[in-house]
Ligand binder design. Structure first.
Ligand code: PLP
Length: 234
């Protein structure tokens, strides 16, 4: 078996084991294959192995890849935008993607809602939370999260699904879990405030297990599927 299907199988096994550890069905954890810097050929190889959801960080690269994959005949895929968003670049995101995980400002959410084409399903949204404090520049602070969440939930062409975080990378398993537990606590608080959230987007190649044990419903995995990235080639 070639590398990508082999890696997908190994990750599926990790998901099953970690979900079991947290007393949840494996089907409650969705694998988002992060294909940034890899070509349409790599995506198509993953599609042939049964993968349906893909994450992209860079807008032009992502839009080109979505087109190339569609032209190659792969349909019924789900595309998630997981990169930083510039406010003058929201339109192509609203037009080409199904999900956005990195909303951290009301203005960006408003633009995405206004620019979502009529006839497409609402754009599925996660708010990115800065869970590691000063170590990360991205994400809404936990203090500002609730106000932002209620505003985004009220926008017409978006569906607020949940929260996303990229904690500071640490090797210690207990520390990994602590960051994800903090995001889960914020998620539970918003649910207690009446927001109908169902998504915790957390965990990458290096901290997948900790994230699932703490309740991740989407894990975003790149290098463990596609191999290490060469940014110069991208
Ligand atoms: C690149 C990226 C990932 C995947 O990271 P790996 O360590 O390769 O699994 C996940 N989430 C975001 C937001 C990313 O930018």
């Amino acid at each position: 078996m070639s590398l990508i299907p082999h890696n997908l199988q190994a990750i599926a096994a990790t998901i099953v084991a970690a979900a079991q550890e947290s007393g949840r069905p494996a089907a409650s954890v969705q694998l988002l294959a992060v294909s940034k810097t890899f070509g349409a050929d790599a995506v198509l190889e993953a599609v042939a192995a049964g993968q349906r959801a893909f994450g992209e960080n860079y807008l032009q690269e992502g839009v080109d890849k979505i087109r190339a994959v569609q032209e190659a005949g792969a349909t019924a895929l789900e595309w998630h935008f997981i990169g930083p968003i510039q406010s003058n670049k929201t339109r192509p995101i609203a037009e080409h993607f199904d999900w956005v995980h990195t909303v951290e400002r009301e203005k960006i959410a408003q633009r995405l809602s206004e620019q979502r084409p009529a006839g497409l399903a609402p754009l599925q949204i996660c708010l990115q939370v800065n869970i590691s404090g000063e170590a990360s520049k991205s994400g809404v602070t936990p203090q500002e999260l609730s106000a932002l969440a209620h505003k985004v939930a009220a926008l017409p062409n978006l569906t607020l699904r949940g929260l996303m975080a990229i904690p500071e990378p640490v090797e210690d398993y207990a520390q990994q879990r602590a960051a994800f537990a903090a995001l889960r606590a914020l998620y539970q608080q918003l649910r207690a405030e009446g927001l109908a959230l169902d998504t915790l987007s957390m965990g990458m190649s290096a901290d997948l297990r900790a994230a699932i044990v703490e309740g991740a419903t989407i894990v975003r995995v790149g290098s463990a599927i596609f191999g290490s990235r060469n940014y110069h080639k991208a």
